[in-house]
Design a protein around this ligand. Structure first.
Ligand SMILES: NC(=O)c1ccc[n+]([C@@H]2O[C@H](COP(=O)([O-])OP(=O)(O)OC[C@H]3O[C@@H](n4cnc5c(N)ncnc54)[C@H](OP(=O)(O)O)[C@@H]3O)[C@@H](O)[C@H]2O)c1
Length: 270
């Protein structure tokens, strides 16, 4: 039977924009209580107001997920405000466009700090609470880029592959504890992500390939929250690429080589 989300306590990182914001509004429509975490307080307050107008409850926690103390404090706030934590949505994430050889070490470290360490900090803080409750659900927003590497995106892909490995291991570690672990793998999604990543990389890199909305990803998150699944590939045709890569990585390489000119636009000036 599908789980009811009414009154469920949900902590979403990266809730100030894009997929995190859409997920917050989707949980709010189900009557959930939300702890919204990200760095930009103004945006978080706007999302919180939208959540309340939909009948949900929301509090905001200005949080840089790269800082372990701040993440712990966001989890503590959820507990002190709502008394429990039913869902942790590890969504905060950043990208960088460039060939590996051109990518500054500071950018590499920043991607690992947010995408991976942020996920680890929040998950380590949540597990003891969820164990005590004998239940909870950790939903990690990875990417199809965590199932097959894409050129010009190597560090981002590496962080998302790490998220996939972490989630798979954790799912088995937590078996029998009542804590579910799910991976959501979107394809290119229409959010601020490309603008923010282009600004970070100091080069504009337009999205390529099929594009979905943040609301579509949010609906997939809600379906998974109601009926937990190990992994959700939000755009089903992307499974073909994932499967092809397992069966024949060389053939999957050929797809990217065929798209090379489009994918590398502005990235390789040699
Ligand atoms: N867009 C895509 O094409 C796509 C595809 C597959 C997967 N994804 C994944 O989906 C997730 C959400 O991405 P999006 O598309 O919604 O991107 P987005 O619109 O750029 O939003 C990113 C969110 O992460 C937050 N964030 C960034 N750095 C943070 C930090 N240090 N601490 C706390 N929060 C931080 C941002 O909030 P603040 O700036 O306020 O901190 C923002 O709320 C990411 O993990 C991304 O990798 C995106």
């Amino acid at each position: 039977m599908a789980r009811q989300l009414k009154e469920a306590v949900v902590l979403i990182t990266g809730a100030s924009a894009g997929i995190g914001k859409a997920a917050a509004l989707a949980f709010a429509k189900q009557g959930a209580k939300l702890l919204l975490a990200a760095r930009r307080r103004d945006q978080l307050e706007e999302v919180a107001a939208a959540v309340r107008s939909l009948g949900g409850e929301a509090i905001v926690a200005e949080t840089d997920v790269a800082d372990r103390q701040q993440v712990q404090s966001a989890v503590n706030t959820a507990i002190s405000a709502f008394g429990r934590l039913d869902f942790l949505v590890n969504n905060a994430g950043i990208g960088y466009f460039g060939l590996l050889e051109d990518t500054p070490i500071e950018a590499i470290e920043a991607l690992w700090a947010v995408n991976m360490m942020g996920t680890i900090y929040a998950t380590q803080a949540a597990i003891p609470l969820m164990r005590k409750q004998r239940g909870g659900h950790i939903i990690n927003i990875a990417s199809v880029a965590g199932k097959r590497g894409a050129p010009g995106n190597s560090i981002y892909c590496a962080t998302k592959f790490a998220m996939v490995g972490l989630s798979e291991a954790l799912r088995v570690e937590l078996h029998g504890s009542g804590i579910e672990v799910s991976l959501i793998c979107p394809i290119t999604t229409s959010t601020e992500f490309f603008e923010a990543s282009s600004a970070r990389s100091k080069r504009f890199h337009p999205p390529t390939g099929p594009m979905q909305t943040a609301e579509k990803v949010a609906r997939a998150i809600i379906r998974c929250a109601r009926r937990p699944r190990p992994e959700v590939i939000v755009f089903p045709p992307a499974r073909i690429l994932v499967l092809l890569n397992v069966l024949s990585p060389r053939l999957a390489d050929r797809i990217f080589l065929g798209l090379r000119r489009r994918l590398f636009r502005g990235l390789d000036d040699r």
